[in-house]
Design a protein around this ligand. Structure first.
Ligand code: NAP
Ligand code: MG
Length: 407
């Protein structure tokens, strides 16, 4: 079989613990046998980040900017315990946070659906993709416990000079609480642009919900800027047949519960924090959730939504067999490769990505599943697969599929 040539380099970011073990196997059995690909490899494993004073993370992000598409393994965000465990110089910041801020990107989570797992919400037939604006609002707020009677005011002092603007929040008669929060036009616009790029990439309708009826300045600003960005891309959205809807957030929540899915739901920061967890648990398992970071100018980084699955790794180190679900990591690869194929106009590569995903889905639907899925699939299989036996089943299915050209 001749290998499919990937025209542009793909940025690969290795990671930590159990997902690192799985990563190497995916590459060895599902990717490299079939593709002639220039992988620009960045080892974001925590010890290598430590050795490079985290410069490697910045270099990886710059490479995604240059080449446009990356695929990332889950990584440790070190805390005090991890500093001791891995003898690190310090608690390096979250690589995902670093990459996200360099790309000015938004993270979209997308569930992987199979016929034998029914979502908790019976109307969900297609993936609901959630995009969370991960900047500002209560996450960058200044808040204060008001000790007793007194005035709380909002003061804006123009940098250019001129009269300050002063607004009364509350003339307290007793104790209470007060909070000042903000967002910036630039960040809201980047978020809207990334949502549009994601909707175009996934070819799905875009919803945005806020509460502008109550928050006539703050939320209304989000609504207006979102609309401006939509208008600016109207030709592209029309051409792709993508509709945009603005809804009140409570209406959006109510409608999502009766919706068949297949939409991108853009959420303000807090809504996205809450709703992404609801949607993730409604679809089943963390092992079946992928995520893609999209920058406003259309750069893409694919990864699994889960972490490094630490507990399983410790079992692996003891020499015990594990049953870790590699599906989200495999779909990170297929997502990145499909995008690469799309950008490079290599249909054979897009087909390969489809074949890889079909091989995974067919295994699960035939009852070959890792332990995390045992309670979710119907009918329940007699036994679960190990990490290795599941990967081997996917590899042999893929081989047969590509060999027989039934892809
Ligand atoms: P985790 O890796 O998400 O795993 C938490 C638990 O969820 C696991 O112990 C396992 O449950 C289950 N699980 C998650 N993914 C699974 C999979 N693929 N297959 C089967 N079960 C799965 O979170 P963690 O173990 O608490 O965190 C480990 C490290 O991950 C942390 O250092 C954190 O910083 C990092 N992290 C990284 C990312 C990222 O890079 N995107 C995201 C989140 C966390 P059972 O133990 O019950 O089997
Ligand atoms: Mg949350």
């Amino acid at each position: 079989m001749t290998k499919i040539r990937v025209k542009t380099p793909l940025v690969e970011m290795d990671g930590d613990e159990m997902t690192r073990i799985i990563w190497a196997k995916i590459k060895e059995t599902l990717i490299l046998p079939y593709l002639d690909v220039d992988l620009r490899y960045f080892d974001l494993g925590v010890t290598h980040r430590d050795a490079t004073d985290d410069k490697i993370t910045v270099e990886a992000a710059e490479a995604i900017k240059e080449f446009g598409v990356g695929v990332k393994c889950a990584t440790i965000t070190p805390d005090q315990g991890r500093i001791q465990e891995y003898k690190l110089k310090k608690a390096w910041p979250s690589p995902n946070g670093t990459i996200r801020s360099i790309l000015d990107g938004t993270v979209f989570r997308k569930p992987i659906m199979v016929k034998n797992i029914t979502p908790a919400v019976s109307s969900w037939k297609k993936p609901l993709v959630i995009g969370r604006h991960a900047y500002g609002d209560i996450y960058k707020a200044v808040d204060f416990v008001v000790p007793g009677a007194g005035k709380a005011e909002l003061v804006y002092t123009p940098a250019q000079g001129g009269e300050p603007v002063k607004l009364l929040i509350k003339d307290f008669k007793g104790g209470g609480v007060v909070m000042g929060m903000h967002n910036t036009d630039a960040s809201i616009r980047s978020f809207a642009k990334a949502c549009i790029a994601c909707a175009l990439s996934e070819k799905i309708d875009l919803w945005f919900g806020a509460k502008d009826t109550i928050s006539k300045k703050y939320h209304a600003r989000f609504k207006d800027l979102f609309q401006e960005e939509i208008d600016a891309r109207k030709a592209d959205l029309d051409k792709a047949g993508i509709n945009y809807r603005y809804l009140l957030i409570d209406d959006a929540v109510a409608q999502v519960m009766k919706h068949p899915g297949g939409i991108l739901w853009a959420c303000m920061n807090y809504d996205g924090d809450v709703m992404s967890d609801m949607v993730a648990s409604g679809f089943g398992s963390l092992g079946m959730m992928t995520s893609v970071l999209v920058s406003p100018d259309g750069k893409f980084e694919y990864e699994a939504a889960h972490g490094t699955v630490r507990r399983h790794y410790y079992e692996h180190l003891k020499g015990n067999p594990t049953s870790t679900n590699p599906v989200a990591s495999i779909f990170a690869w297929s997502g990145a490769l499909r995008k690469r194929g799309e950008l490079d106009k290599t249909p054979a590569l897009e087909k390969f990505a489809d074949a890889l995903e079909k091989s995974v889905i067919e295994c699960i639907e035939s009852g070959l599943v890792t332990k995390d899925l045992m309670a979710l699939v119907t009918p329940r299989p007699a036994a679960h697969q190990t990490t290795d036996s599941f990967l081997a089943a996917v590899a042999s299915n893929l081989k047969a599929r590509l060999g027989s050209k039934k892809a």
